[in-house]
Design a protein around this ligand. Sequence first.
Ligand SMILES: CC(C)(COP(=O)(O)OP(=O)(O)OC[C@H]1O[C@@H](n2cnc3c(N)ncnc32)[C@H](O)[C@@H]1OP(=O)(O)O)[C@@H](O)C(=O)NCCC(=O)NCCS
Length: 165
Amino acid sequence: MESENLVFAFHFFIDTITLFMEIVTASILDLNALRKLENESFGKDAWPIFDLIAVLTFSGVIRIKAVEDDQMVGFVAGDPRSNEGWGWIATIAVDQRYRRRGIGRALLHACEAKLGVARSRLTVRISNQAAISMYEKDGYATTEIWNGYYNDGEDGMVMEKELQH
Ligand SMILES: CC(C)(COP(=O)(O)OP(=O)(O)OC[C@H]1O[C@@H](n2cnc3c(N)ncnc32)[C@H](O)[C@@H]1OP(=O)(O)O)[C@@H](O)C(=O)NCCC(=O)NCCS
C-alpha cells in the first residue's frame, strides 16, 4: 500500500512539472534554438543548417516544439506521406536538462496525431537505448535493420507503429 502511494505521489509530481510545459508549432524564428538543441543532442549526427531551415519552413512538414520557461526544451519533426499511408518521425530531441519528464513522449504523441496517416515509422541507432525504450514503450516494433545506415557505419533500426485516429 505504501509503495502504491509512493507511485501515485511520483506520477503526481511528474504531471505537475509537465503542466508548465507547452507543446506548440515551431517556426523559422526557432532556428537558433533548434540548432543548439540538435548539436547538443546529436553531435556528429546533427543536421546541417540547410536541413534545419528546410524542416522549419517546407510546407507539409510537421514541426512541433516543447516550451518551458520561454525556451525551446524539445523538438519533433514529422514527414507525412499520405499517399503511401504512413509517415516518418524525422527527428526528435529533448534538452538534456529536461529529460525523463515525459516531454519526449508528449512530443511524439503530438507529432503522431498530426501525421494523419495509419502508420508511423522512424529510424534509430541500434545503440540508442534511451530512444529505443521510449519507442518500444509507446508501441513501436522493429521491422527492419538497415546495415551501416549511419555515417560511422552503425546499423539503423526501423521501427513502426499503427496509429489510432
Ligand atoms: C530520446 C529522448 C527524446 C527522450 O526524451 P525524454 O523527454 O527524456 O523522454 P520521456 O521522459 O518522455 O521518456 C519516455 C520513456 O522513454 C524511456 N526512456 C527515456 N530516456 C531513457 C533513458 N535514458 N534510459 C532508459 N529509458 C529511457 C523510458 O521508457 C521513458 O518512460 P518512463 O520515464 O515512464 O520510464 C531524449 O533522450 C533525447 O533527446 N535523446 C537525444 C536525441 C535522440 O536520441 N533522439 C532520438 C533519435 S531516433
